[in-house]
Design a protein around this ligand. Structure first.
Ligand SMILES: Cc1ncc(C[n+]2csc(CCOP(=O)(O)OP(=O)(O)O)c2C)c(N)n1
Length: 373
């Protein structure tokens, strides 16, 4: 296994950096190392992989240094436009570090990785990205070769990271359980109080805890990070007879914050939007998000929501929901929670198609598979 210190050294020796991107669990040890050793590598924290490519382009224009943008292969979807219409047309180099979940059978229980995991190299090829799958033995030379290509041809290049390349490293915040109001407590209260609503939940631990709290026929997301409020808004606009609630994360909504004025424009009366804000990407081991300066209640009101609230305890959440559950939406509830995931919560056992069908049945009384019969 590669030592993280040596790995970061190799990046520094090639004068690559700063480091910026959106985390995933394969990248987590590397990100923890960089966050824990700020003197070794400068770190920026954009909310979307596309933002990272934009910031990286600006950095190169200002400094001629080639930044490192890290992302999970799912983030390729977010970067295709700035990759092709910014970095590749203007010839602005960038060093991409892309993790490869879904390689082989590694993530067989994670449907969100199956298609990108299988086709990843085809996407790299069609994107004209010179790439190397980093190996324990040759990673340092591979980084040198890729950097030379980026520097001489002034193009984006990609170093691919598979699970297990480097040793583990945990920030002291990892595993730290804070006492107080946690995500699972909030979800239980919301689902119990709004029992007639249909729910959607953002990908990662939120969906798993929501299923564990009450296994109702919800739309439990596994991927498409940041789109929970979009899907919920679409469902609310198309099925006005049903009350819809979205359980979002701070990392999720920040990735596509433009959804707030979208919802504020169309004002679905039947939509409640909860942002469970722990200020981190808890699902990928607690890297910080940029939520600290974001006052989601004010942003929502300024974006056209009918009502917006902030709560930070079980009592506040319970009494708020009792008073607003019959009100018109769109309503935003900014739920300030502390770090901590419910132990022993597994993946939602249903397949994505089963999830689709039971949600459709609950919301509109229809299910795709019934129609096919
Ligand atoms: C486009 C994309 N980038 C990165 C990921 C990896 N990922 C999965 S869940 C997650 C964290 C979500 O954070 P948040 O919405 O704040 O919820 P929390 O995990 O804190 O409950 C990340 C980064 C992803 N699935 N998709």
């Amino acid at each position: 296994m590669v030592s993280l210190r040596e790995f970061v050294n190799a990046l520094n020796e090639n004068e690559l950096g700063p480091f910026m991107g959106v985390p995933c669990s394969i990248l987590a040890p590397l990100l923890s190392y960089v966050l824990g050793n700020p003197s070794e590598m400068e770190y920026y924290n954009p909310a979307n992989e596309a933002h990272a490519l934009g910031v990286a382009a600006g950095f190169y224009l200002g400094s001629k240094k080639i930044p490192i943008v890290f992302l999970q292969n799912s983030g390729l979807g977010n970067i295709i436009d700035p990759l092709t219409s910014l970095h590749q047309v203007y010839k602005i180099p960038v060093f991409l570090l892309i993790s490869w979940p879904g390689f082989g059978d590694e993530d067989a229980d994670s449907p969100e990785h199956s298609i990108m995991g299988r086709d990843f190299e085809d996407y790299l090829k069609v994107s004209h990205l010179p790439y190397e799958i980093l190996s324990e033995e040759y990673y340092a030379n591979q980084i040198v070769e890729l950097t030379n290509i980026a520097r001489t041809q002034k193009i984006p290049v990609a170093a691919i990271i598979k699970r297990g390349l480097y040793d583990s490293f945990k920030l002291s915040v990892d595993n730290k359980k804070q006492s107080g109001f946690q995500r699972y407590d909030a979800i239980k209260i919301i689902k119990e109080s709004l029992e007639t609503f249909s729910f959607l939940s953002t990908n990662g631990i939120t969906s798993r805890e929501s299923f564990a709290g009450r296994g109702s026929p919800d739309f439990y997301m596994v991927g498409s990070m940041g789109l929970a409020a979009a899907i919920g808004c679409g469902a609310a606009l198309s099925q006005k007879g049903k009350r819809i609630a979205v359980l979002d994360g701070d990392g999720g909504i920040l990735m596509h914050l433009g959804l707030l004025p979208f919802i504020g424009t169309y004002k679905p009366k039947n939509l409640f939007h909860f942002i469970l804000d722990n200020q981190v990407y808890a699902t990928t081991q607690n890297q910080p998000t940029v939520s600290p300066p974001a006052e989601f209640d004010k942003i929502a009101l300024a974006s056209g929501y009918r009502q917006a609230y902030k709560v930070s305890s079980s009592e506040e959440l319970e009494s708020l929901l009792a008073s607003i559950k019959n009100c018109d939406g769109p309503v935003l509830v900014w739920v300030k929670i502390v770090l901590g995931n419910k132990e022993g919560t597994g993946r939602v056992p249903s397949s994505p198609e089963e999830i689709r069908d039971s949600f459709m049945q609950a919301v509109g009384g229809t299910a795709e598979s019934n129609e096919r019969l």
